[in-house]
Design a protein around this ligand. Structure first.
Ligand SMILES: *[C@@H]1O[C@H](CO)[C@@H](O)[C@H](O)[C@H]1NC(C)=O
Length: 702
């Protein structure tokens, strides 16, 4: 995919200060979260002249700038920032004030420190880090050539510590994607740091070519290295494969191995966040992207499972069957699992075993054993993800915002199919965020402000998490949208706020059934008991009087040899005078029907029409179909209209009773060169077409 090399824009969302901090070329920015186009502050932070000259000498051209790649909250008053410093990584403390309205934003360029092992040298190289208790954990290349990769801890009072050098079993050309700190018990000594990356798979048999695998790596926060060997190296480092695959027949699974981004969704239990990850395929034959969800329980299980073992260079990787020394490698020295006070107290055999067995045999499988959401055969790749847990009338829903490499953001809600154990994705909206279709390289979400912030290589945009009004002016439309952020309040589709005892709040994310929720004359069921007061089968209440209710028994156009029913409507293979009249297109969803289009067909004389047909094929316009199936090409065109073709609102025409098609973006959906206006997903498109309440606000300071 095109996203393969897109660098991660350093964005730091700071709710307390009400700021969005961004790292850019030679600059640090501080923007107001409420409106990123207002009250911005800037720090100019170039690389010193001598570094730039050195860099130019080495022929590094455009990269001879300070690209700010790392940005973390440090303490109440300061941030910690690192940049490439024209191939001379550099870090600094940035004073940012304590409160929202404090206008402080400054960096003392004389008080900078070495950024080696924190920021990459090359801005195009992947790096990821997390700052925990004044210590920085980073996954990065520590050399100029970008070959010596390490998982590195620095910055605190303890000596720096890293992974074993030049050992492909530990790390093999990794591309670091994300790092998180997750507590494992009440005891902070059990805290772990998890690294997400992709790397060249060592366990792949030789001769099959390079294969990229997605990985999750773990280390203990209290690891201080070994005493006699693995000195200042991790003694608790383990890694496992992250699998995101669609089961196929005969075990021929389709694998999504190119890990792109990870979002940790916090739950009430700090020890058990949900891991949302986006992947793309590395195959040149099959192209697609997927979202897989992992639980901490499954991740921990893989690290407690068998170790992968290789007897020698000519052996295969197998599950290690021998005795595992105590304490089991990967366990943190703590009171929970033993009496070891420090990793320096670990017996030598533990250290030796850890050194030779960093890889687990079992992979981590996604929740439900398959992707939560995937798209194939679309002209784009997923690049980033942010997730919001939303409280709706009938439960909690996870809403996914997925960035793509063509500057769009997909909004997807995961709803239970039959039970809460089987989730099904529903594409709610597809927004063109960047007009120039540049890849989304960063996504940050503020639940508090209900805003999404998207970054590309050259711009930043801010979008509301919901645009309830865009779903239409009727109860039924609001209800069919199944957007957990939105509910019908009696007069409009507006933001649903839980725990407000307002009547007429109607929402049914799970079923999206307007016949139940939008019944005429009924006071309407209270939110929270969507089934109460259901009358069923009555005319939908949400349709305003000016628009007559849809007759439910509208006669369908009879089909025969001459009239063909297609996915997208009806095709009259030859037109007769009797065909003239008014045609109505209806959309039927969850038993609710609404008109989308009215077409008036006039039939003009056959002779006149024939005159307009291309020469040599008079059959095109008139006469019964001959042996030549002339309409095939036309059908293809109808079923697969070119990019930018008109509305497809009629696709469910005359298909009453059929379940709605699975959510998918229409082919060629994120049209390049579309306006910057957020677009409603075509799936939800109504007769009124898309209407943006407010376009994304953007700032392009670099
Ligand atoms: C935060 O860290 C900076 C850099 O070490 C230091 O100068 C500052 O005093 C610290 N602030 C607080 C509130 O501890």
């Amino acid at each position: 995919g095109r996203a393969a090399g897109s660098p991660r824009a350093a964005l730091l969302l700071d709710e307390e200060r009400g700021r969005l901090f961004a790292g850019a070329q030679n600059h640090l920015l501080s923007l107001a979260l409420d409106d990123i186009s207002q009250r911005d502050r800037k720090i100019y932070w170039p690389a010193p002249v001598e570094w730039r000259e050195e860099c130019n000498w080495a022929g590094k051209d455009i990269t001879c700038m300070n690209f700010v790649k790392i940005l973390h909250p440090y303490n109440r008053t300061h941030l910690y920032a690192c940049g490439t410093g024209a191939f001379h990584p550099v870090c600094a403390f940035v004073e940012a004030g304590q409160h929202a309205e404090e206008p402080i934003f400054k960096l003392d360029p004389r008080r900078t420190e070495d950024g080696k092992g924190k920021s990459p040298y090359d801005p195009r190289h992947a790096a990821a880090s997390v700052l925990v208790g004044e210590e920085l954990y980073s996954g990065v290349a520590t050399d100029l050539m970008g070959r010596d990769f390490t998982i590195f801890r620095s910055l605190g009072r303890r000596p720096s510590i890293r992974t074993e050098q030049h050992d492909s079993r530990w790390l093999n050309e990794p591309k670091f994607v994300a790092v998180f700190w997750v507590p494992e018990s009440e005891d902070p000594d059990d805290d772990k740091i998890y690294f997400f990356f992709r790397e060249t798979a060592v366990e792949r048999q030789q001769g099959l070519g390079k294969t990229s695998f997605a990985r999750i790596g773990q280390i203990c926060r209290n690891d201080v290295g070994g005493q006699r060997s693995l000195v200042n190296k991790w003694t608790t480092f383990l890694k496992a494969r992250l699998v995101c695959a669609v089961p196929g027949p005969d075990g021929a699974d389709t694998h999504f191995d190119e890990l792109r981004d990870v979002f940790l969704l916090q739950t009430r239990d700090k020890r058990n966040p949900l891991v949302y990850a986006v992947f793309s395929t590395s195959s040149s034959v099959f192209q697609g992207s997927a979202v897989c969800v992992y639980t901490m329980a499954d991740i921990r299980r893989a690290f407690l499972g068998p170790f992968a073992h290789k007897e020698g260079p000519n052996y295969q990787w197998v599950s290690y069957q021998g005795r595992v020394p105590y304490p089991r490698p990967g366990m943190c020295p703590s009171k929970t699992f033993g009496t070891f006070g420090s990793t320096k107290d670990f017996p030598d055999e533990v250290i030796q075993f850890a050194r030779h067995h960093p890889l687990m045999y079992n992979p981590v499988l996604p929740h439900g054993q398959r992707p939560l959401f995937l798209q194939a055969a679309v002209p784009y790749t997923f690049t980033r993800i942010a997730v919001d847990r939303v409280t709706a009338a009938d439960g909690h829903y996870d809403v996914l915002f997925i960035g793509t490499d063509v500057g769009t953001v997909l909004k997807v809600v995961s709803v239970p199919k039959e039970s809460w154990h089987r989730m099904e994705p529903l594409l709610l909206e597809e927004l063109q965020v960047f007009q120039d279709a540049s890849p989304i390289t960063s996504l940050q979400l503020s639940s508090k402000r209900q805003q999404l912030y998207a970054g590309s290589a050259t711009a930043l945009a801010q979008l509301p998490l919901h645009r309830c009004g865009a779903y239409g002016k009727a109860c039924a439309e609001c209800c069919l949208a199944r957007d957990p952020y939105c509910a019908w309040d009696g007069t409009a589709c507006t933001r649903y706020v839980p725990n407000t005892k307002r009547r007429f709040r109607r929402q049914d994310v799970r079923n999206g059934d307007p016949n139940v929720l939008c019944s005429e004359g009924e006071p309407g069921p209270e939110v929270g008991s969507p089934r109460a007061g259901a009358t069923g089968g009555t005319a939908p209440c949400g349709v305003p009087p000016s628009r007559p209710p849809v007759p439910r028994g509208v006669p369908q156009v009879p089909t025969d040899e001459r009239v063909v029913r297609t996915e997208r409507g009806v095709l009259l293979r030859s037109v007769q005078r009797a065909d003239a009249g008014l045609y109505l297109c209806h959309a039927t969803e969850h038993g609710f029907t609404q008109p989308l289009l009215r077409l008036s067909l006039e039939v003009i004389g056959a002779r006149q029409a024939a005159g307009k047909a291309p020469a040599g094929d008079p059959q095109l316009a008139a006469g019964p179909p001959g042996r030549k199936v002339w309409y095939r090409d036309f059908l293809q065109l109808v079923e697969r209209p070119p990019l930018g073709a008109a509305d497809r609102g009629c696709q469910r025409l005359w298909s009453r009773g059929r379940p709605p098609p699975p959510p998918r973006a229409p082919a060629g959906a994120p049209g390049r060169g579309q306006g910057a206006e957020p677009r409603k997903a075509r799936r939800r498109r109504t007769h009124e077409g898309p209407r943006a309440e407010r376009g994304p606000r953007s700032a392009s300071p670099w």
